[in-house]
Design a protein around this ligand. Structure first.
Ligand code: ZN
Length: 313
């Protein structure tokens, strides 16, 4: 995948499980010319029609779009030779199973290039182009929110494979004293089942944002996140780990304390086995970091997906 972009005007869609964030622009900051947000809901046809209408309206204001970039929650079919390419496949989300999310955009925009990837690969690409992964060809971007997922790059290529990685469903060891049964409808106590926003709510009866800073659930949360990151360090050897999503803001605990706890527990989990300067002294502070683009990583990544697609038209 080439990463040389032109400053092309792109329609961007960050298709999340809770909301769809749409934008028209060329990049972050002043490059974001317009944006809108729509609840994801349970009627994809209606939502995608709204999105297409909004993009057409913005095109009339800001000029012809060179491409569309679409970063979607998954699982999605990314095999361009598959009859269900561009579909959301086996999601537990009501109304969204086996849904063609690319088709309505193709119908509305005709032959315009469309870059399509997972929401996490989208956010990873945004950080690679403009954020905390600039200059890095091997890194991981994790999101911890409504669900948990990860994207990233190996040797400068976005992580793909048989389908796409489903890092959020890693199985983790049971921490002593934790009898929580988990919240994933597929795996119970997988990472997402232990640490997503809904998992925290199920575990504590409170939203993550409302959880007091000294609540023991924060210790479970950051220790499980650290164990999962250790597994990613062991398998992918990323040069940096970016952690986004709403839960990483740590609610009343705060983002700085959340990251400090994850870093501390990560070093314990690695137990000095993986040798690198990033695991010495303060190196860890620059190794596990929040997204430099903040909550715009995903939508900016969708812009980059579109710009790259336009180069292959
Ligand atoms: Zn799971």
């Amino acid at each position: 995948m080439g990463l040389d972009r032109r400053d092309l005007l792109v329609g961007a869609i960050e298709g999340g499980g809770t909301k769809y964030v749409c934008a028209v622009g060329t990049g972050p900051g002043k490059g974001l010319l317009a944006r809108a947000s729509f609840p994801t809901g349970d009627d994809p046809a209606k939502l995608l029609a709204q999105v297409a209408t909004w993009l057409k309206e913005q095109e009339a204001i800001h000029g012809t779009l060179a491409a569309i970039g679409f970063a979607s929650f998954g699982p999605i079919d990314l095999d361009s030779k598959s009859p269900t390419y561009g579909y959301v496949t086996s999601t537990p989300k009501p109304g969204w199973q086996n849904t063609d999310v690319l088709g309505p955009l193709r119908a509305a925009f005709g032959p315009i290039p469309i870059g399509f990837d997972t929401d996490t690969n989208g956010a990873a690409l945004g950080e690679r182009c403009w954020g905390a992964a600039q200059g890095l060809d091997d890194f991981v971007y994790i999101t911890i929110g409504t669900g948990i997922g990860a994207g990233g790059m190996a040797r400068g290529n976005l992580l793909h494979g048989l389908v796409h990685p489903e890092v959020g469903h890693l199985y983790l060891p049971n921490l002593p004293g934790d009898d929580f049964e988990g919240a994933c409808p597929y795996h119970g106590r997988c990472w997402e089942g232990l640490c997503s926003g809904p998992a925290i709510s199920k575990r504590t009866g409170m939203a993550a944002e409302a959880l007091p800073p000294d609540h023991p659930a924060w210790d479970f949360e950051t220790r499980y996140v650290a164990l999962a990151i250790a597994n990613l360090v062991f398998t992918l050897s990323p040069r940096r780990v970016i952690v986004g999503g709403s839960v990483r803001k740590g609610g009343k605990l705060g983002e700085a304390a959340f990251f400090a706890s994850v870093r501390k527990h990560l070093l314990v989990a690695l137990n000095r086995y993986v040798v690198s300067p990033v695991f010495e002294g303060d190196g860890i502070d620059g190794y596990v970091v929040p997204p430099a683009l903040g909550d715009d990583a995903g939508v900016c990544g969708a812009i980059a997906l579109g710009q790259i697609a336009a180069q292959f038209e």
